[in-house]
Design a protein around this ligand. Structure first.
Ligand code: URA
Length: 431
């Protein structure tokens, strides 16, 4: 087999066979296929696309390029959740104890990542002492003992995807639906999930800016799941405005704890219940979404969900007292941004607030940047809320006094109009 012929075949619009996809992925991961040929194939895929079968083969080839976590020693159906990423998205933090409290085992592997804030693993490190590293045996034992565990992604998880992603990043081929879908699904499958719930974000603060592309991405991932025998459900959810009020690591952990206490923002609570209900049904702990939602609500009200979060924090060496006290390390300066006119909040540009949060130091620009866990933004208003002139719209939590540029970004990102507007949070469910 020759890489040249594979490039020609895809360039001319023909589907690749499994053996050709395997040859490419293994060859590139092992350094036998040079960057220039891999780049040519990626660009051909970018223009010609891939059908569902090709996407499934690409997914499995990348998943098998490294460790495939075997979670068969954990009883029950293991349901994983993935978000395509959004501003203020702390859902995983509250979702995993909540779903575990309904009896679905949660062995969660999560990433750090680049962006406006840290990933779930970085956020959890805002809890003093929380340890995200353990052996596979300890990980499995903890899930069997207390129902849930969370660790950082292993270095050797889908290494072919890691290498290809870096190449896509510099060859303008990131934004291809089959490539994004197989990249995400390869990591979920290598992490040992039996079934998968996806939160595909749509809007200014998301990878996918419009509903049609997001729906296409969601359908591709659901089909990959079907093709590889892992039932997958995808929710399309709005990311035109940030999720909840908090953006920033410690601020988001605090908000997630409030959500587990039944005191969280309306949108975060709705998303947590919706994703959670699908996870509980896929995990075979309820027969319908209504039944699952009732179980989730009960466990928020009776404190069981919060108890599971405490167990998780204690088991992983964290200081569980913060769950009651909510006293996280605060940033030195808290600076308010005020409404310049009265009306209704019409728009809160999620992408711009994400950028402001990264400039404050809450996220990484490059993988070696160190995150400041205490900084971020706290919104006091959401889209559709009424505001009076001079009311606080947002508080900036900063460790640097010189933040005029951040204030400007926020002032320009929050639009006020005379009309009340708003979009539904859950746009569609794709199975
Ligand atoms: N997230 C991933 O893991 N892969 C992509 O290609 C895009 C987003």
């Amino acid at each position: 087999m020759r890489m040249y012929d594979i490039i020609v075949k895809k360039r001319d619009g023909y589907p690749l066979a499994k053996a050709e996809i395997d040859f490419f992925v293994h060859g590139y991961a092992n350094g036998e296929i040079p960057d220039y040929q891999a780049s040519a194939l990626l660009m051909a895929i970018y223009f010609q696309g891939m059908d569902d079968e090709e996407s499934a083969h690409l997914t499995m080839a990348m998943a098998r390029s490294g460790d495939m976590l075997d979670l068969s020693e954990i009883d029950g159906v293991k349901v994983d959740k993935h978000s395509s990423g959004g501003v203020g998205d702390k859902t995983t933090l509250c979702l995993i104890p909540l779903v575990a409290s309904c009896g679905v085992p949660i062995p969660k592997m999560s990433g750090r990542g680049l962006g406006h804030t840290g990933g779930t693993i970085d956020k959890l490190e805002a809890i003093e002492g929380f340890n995200v590293e353990m052996t596979k045996e300890q990980f499995i034992r903890q899930v069997n003992d207390i129902g849930l565990a969370i660790i950082g992604q292993s270095e050797n998880l889908a290494p072919a995807d890691k290498k290809l992603y870096s190449l896509r990043d510099v060859t303008a081929t990131v934004n291809s639906i089959p490539l994004i879908a197989s990249s995400i699904m390869s990591k979920k499958i290598a992490s040992g999930a039996d079934k998968i719930v996806l939160d595909v974000k749509v809007g200014s603060g998301a990878f996918m800016k419009d509903v049609n592309s997001a729906r296409k991405l969601a359908k591709t991932m659901v089909e990959i799941g079907k093709n590889v025998g892992k039932e997958t459900v995808a929710l399309l959810t709005n990311m035109d405005e940030p999720l909840g009020f908090a953006i920033g690591n410690a601020l988001e952990v605090k908000e997630a704890i409030l959500a587990l206490k039944g005191e969280g923002p309306k949108d975060l609570t709705e998303l947590m219940l919706e994703l959670g209900a699908h996870m509980v049904v896929l995990g075979e702990k309820a027969d319908s979404l209504e039944e699952a939602k009732a179980m989730l609500k009960t466990n928020i009200e009776n404190g069981k969900a919060l108890q599971y979060f405490k167990r998780l924090v204690e088991a992983q060496g964290g200081n569980a007292e913060v769950i009651d006290t909510l006293s996280f390390k605060e940033a030195t300066y808290q600076i308010d941004v005020f409404a310049k006119e009265a009306g209704y909040v019409a728009e809160i540009a999620a992408d711009e607030l994400g950028r402001a949060s990264m400039l404050l130091g809450a996220g990484r620009r490059t993988k070696d940047d160190v995150i400041d866990l205490s900084v971020g933004l706290y919104l006091h208003k959401k889209v559709g809320d009424r505001v009076t002139k001079g009311e606080v719209l947002c508080t900036i939590h900063a460790n640097d006094e010189n933040i005029r540029h951040i204030k400007k970004i926020i002032e320009n990102s929050i639009q006020i109009s005379v009309e009340k507007k708003g979009k539904p949070l859950i746009i569609d469910v794709i199975k």
